[in-house]
Ligand binder design. Sequence first.
Ligand SMILES: Cc1ncc(COP(=O)(O)O)c(C=O)c1O
Length: 422
Amino acid sequence: MTSMTDRKNAAISRGVGMTTQIYADRAENSEIWDKEGNRYIDFSSGIAVVNTGHRHPRVIEAVKAQLDRFTHTCAQVVPYESYVHLAERLNAITPGDFAKKTMFVTTGAEAVENAVKIARAATGRSAVIAFSGAFHGRTFMGMALTGKVVPYKVGFGAMPGDVFHVPFPIELHGVNVEQALAALKKLFAADVDPARVAAIILEPVQGEGGFYPAPAALMRALRDICDQHGILLIADEVQTGFARTGKMFAMEHYDVVPDLITMAKSLAGGFPLAAVTGRAEIMDGPAPGGLGGTYGGNPLGIAAAHAVLDVIEDEKLCDRAEQLGGRLKQRLAAIREQVPEIVDIRGPGFMNAVEFNDVTTNLPSADFANRVRLKALEKGLILLTCGVHGNVIRFLAPITIQDEIFAEALDILEAAMIEVRN
Ligand SMILES: Cc1ncc(COP(=O)(O)O)c(C=O)c1O
């Protein structure tokens, strides 16, 4: 009989990488079962999408109720109250004590594309600055903004113009805030007049790039530079949003407010929905009809998102993220005594990561990270790697994970790391 892997290889473009060959049959909160009945603890949450757990009963209930009413009208043709109400809620809860507006799309990459369109329309400028190691999606502008070539840009030809990158400060890798800001200054002197720059975009905590939080000093300096030159600051909160970092939005950890915020992933607990929220006058930059999309703000996603916001509040998931992250980091610190490959444990709230170097060369060890991932998978724990060197394991369990399952996962993690080490 042909295996699922063979069928997958024959039917699906190899361009779509798949990190496991577990074929999901059903999932509940922090657990996934495959067709054969094997059970896995999910520390990936579909890449930070189900912060509220797989099939949260309130999300399922909201979507079922919506299914029984209508599933699609296209909000640009026949709008619905829930769509406007969700925009009102996002305008109210996103950082910034000023009038805001929102627009809905379907994916994170689309949110990024639209944030750039809005920034360009509002400023009348075209250049955009992003950071090395950043990930902003796989569409053309998302790809151009992404600060990593392999695998995201390979073979895809010329990138859209007027996109520039500066180094992201990571002290562990020898780049500090002063050096990053000096590179930005040099960019303004050598490559692009700041008066031509529409926006600077960054993730408050780099996601795919390795779970590196942006230092507060960087964020403050960027805000000042943006204000000085009339540049907009875009926070890409696609991965950091919705309680993951211990706050509803990671930008709440800073004393700086962005002009635009992109969000997706956990916004709708597993249903495709993304949004851009920002200063009302900037959001109104594009002319009517310039923004939108057939499925943007689909009623099922909107219904799910209302339930997600309620769950985050009612179940105090920001506090829970802090507690779980604290326990995870404490356990990793204990494991580190037996695993000298661990060079860093980090991340706000429950957006945590562990980074590995080879003990002899002291160079990043993607091999060690990958072996830990595979060993954990063998033991029933799904982990994800990340980082420009691939030597980071990121932890993205649902914030609703049950205590006993979390404890079980930590035991598996410890056993996997120690077995790989020995
Ligand atoms: C920060 C960030 N921006 C944008 C994206 C792209 O989102 P999507 O895969 O939904 O297009 C991602 C996805 O991982 C992301 O982490």
